[in-house]
Design a protein around this ligand. Structure first.
Ligand SMILES: Cc1cc2nc3c(=O)[nH]c(=O)nc-3n(C[C@H](O)[C@H](O)[C@H](O)COP(=O)(O)O)c2cc1C
Length: 450
């Protein structure tokens, strides 16, 4: 199935290609399933559409939301999605992915409370006082992708032959110690406490995309109590969830979880040990069962490594500059993400499951989303890049019954390119005035740096 850019002129055209490729990717003509409210741990998201966490890399140096951050959440809130998942927010200074990543600590917390308040006020200004989107904040440690100041400062849980090479890490780069991991749990507990005080409905202990906790889940080769067996590899996450539950009254724990990363064994998670191209959800499903028993109410299912296997994470037309073009048809990537969420939902029907990776479908994404929700393969569907491009996608889906083709994300990877060039990220084609100059400046600086 060779890679192809998006080229469909009608739903029937898309349906035909899905059939020809033999994929399980149903499309529903009606979109009413997306208007259903969804109960999450006793609270209600007013519809089944979400804005995914999308990092803008635009906080202040000390980690508070800045002008562009506030602008982004006001636009998302005005868009009418029933769930707003606030972006990766570091739990400690050394855990930041870039010098402008948001950081939730005691000093910055009031600014997050304000951001949350502004976003809710905007949603209610437009949709009325009874409209209250469910809000989640993603608590993150960037692990091997940490770059808190100007240079990378990787904090790794285990050596991974492929990723170490990609990052140029020497064989003797030290692993984060068990003691440091023990102490890190305190930071998650503290950030969780602050998230509750700021008013977020849920907090996400980010466990995806090969950042620290996601890497720990694959730490087959790590010695000690956080590596090797399934019990050891999941220990940090489960202990952290247990501690937040026990120590932070009112915390509703959610999780963005990689269920498959496509890395070969012994470095991969959720992969077939013989063939990393094939997911094997035995361990991820076992983990999700344990998390559900501990009271986790919502799992946002995702996959892949945005730096190393981006086609698994976010099917695209164009990769970042210099990036590979996969052999895989993007529709196969979208179908895989839908199937992975479906496997979680089938195994745990009482858990709220949020599906990812629909943006490549452009104006037809709502039809795939409605089919997935209608058929019980997910409860809520999130837009990532699609929300950068078209922040009011939810309003158009719910009120007009369609998306405007000319406003949909074209999966050009410019938003990611800005991140790679260390700029403030957003949609270059559809939010041009703000982000085209940032994109150009980043490219120019990268060229000058050689
Ligand atoms: C610029 C950019 C920033 C992102 N930031 C985050 C983030 O903060 N946290 C996260 O879990 N995923 C992040 N993602 C991944 C998206 O949430 C999403 O999973 C991915 O883009 C696939 O969904 P889509 O097809 O709707 O875009 C980011 C992706 C991009 C392109």
């Amino acid at each position: 199935m060779p890679h192809q850019p998006f080229h469909y002129r009608s739903l029937a055209d898309l349906e035909q290609e899905i059939d020809e490729l033999g994929l399980n990717l149903p499309l529903s003509k009606g979109l009413s399933a997306l208007a259903r409210p969804v109960t999450i741990g006793g609270r209600v998201a007013p519809n089944a559409l979400a804005v995914q966490p999308m990092e803008g890399c635009d906080g202040t140096p000390d980690g508070r939301p800045d002008t562009l951050t506030v602008r982004r959440y006001v636009r998302f809130a005005a868009g009418g999605a029933g769930l707003l998942w606030f972006e990766a927010t570091a739990i400690a200074p050394e855990a930041r992915a870039n010098p402008r990543q948001l950081l939730l600590v005691k000093d910055t917390a009031p600014a997050f409370a304000r951001l949350h308040e502004i976003a809710l006020a905007e949603a209610q200004r437009i949709y009325g006082s009874s409209f209250r989107p469910f809000t989640v904040i993603q608590l993150a440690h960037s692990g091997r992708y940490s770059r808190p100041l100007e240079h990378p400062a990787p904090i790794i849980a285990h050596h991974d032959g492929l990723l170490d090479e990609a990052l140029g890490l020497p064989e003797d780069h030290p692993l984060i110690s068990d003691g440091e991991l023990d102490r890190l749990q305190d930071r998650y507990v503290e950030a969780a406490r602050l998230a509750v005080q700021c008013g977020f409905d849920g907090l996400d202990i980010k466990s995806c995309h090969r950042y620290l906790i996601s890497e720990l889940l694959a730490a087959h080769t790590r010695p000690g109590k956080y590596g090797g067996s399934f019990e050891n590899r999941t220990r940090f996450l489960l202990e952290t969830v247990g501690r937040v539950r026990a120590e932070v009254p009112g915390a509703q724990i959610t999780l963005r979880l990689n269920v498959y990363d496509g890395h070969p064994y012994p470095w991969g998670w959720g992969v077939d040990r013989e063939d990393p191209a094939k997911p094997d959800l035995t361990e991820p499903l076992q983990l999700i069962g344990l998390l559900q028993d501990m009271g986790v109410s919502l799992i946002n299912v995702t996959a892949g490594n945005p730096y190393y296997t981006p086609h698994i994470n976010r099917p695209f037309d164009q990769n970042v500059i210099g990036g590979y073009t996969p052999e895989e048809h993007p529709l196969a990537g979208v179908a895989r993400l839908i199937d992975l969420a479906g496997q979680v939902k089938t195994a745990y029907p009482d858990l709220v499951v949020l599906g990812s990776g629909y943006s490549w479908l452009r104006q037809y994404a709502g039809h795939a989303a409605a089919a997935a929700v209608g058929e019980g393969r997910a409860d809520i569907i999130g837009w990532g890049r699609g929300a950068f491009a078209y922040p009011d996608f939810a309003r158009d889906l719910l009120q007009r019954g369609e998306l405007a083709a000319e406003r949909c994300c074209i999966a050009c990877s410019r938003c990611t390119q800005i991140m790679r060039d260390h700029g403030r990220s957003g949609c270059v084609p559809f939010d041009r005035e703000v982000y085209a100059p940032i994109f150009r400046a980043g490219r120019q600086a990268a060229r000058q740096a050689g």
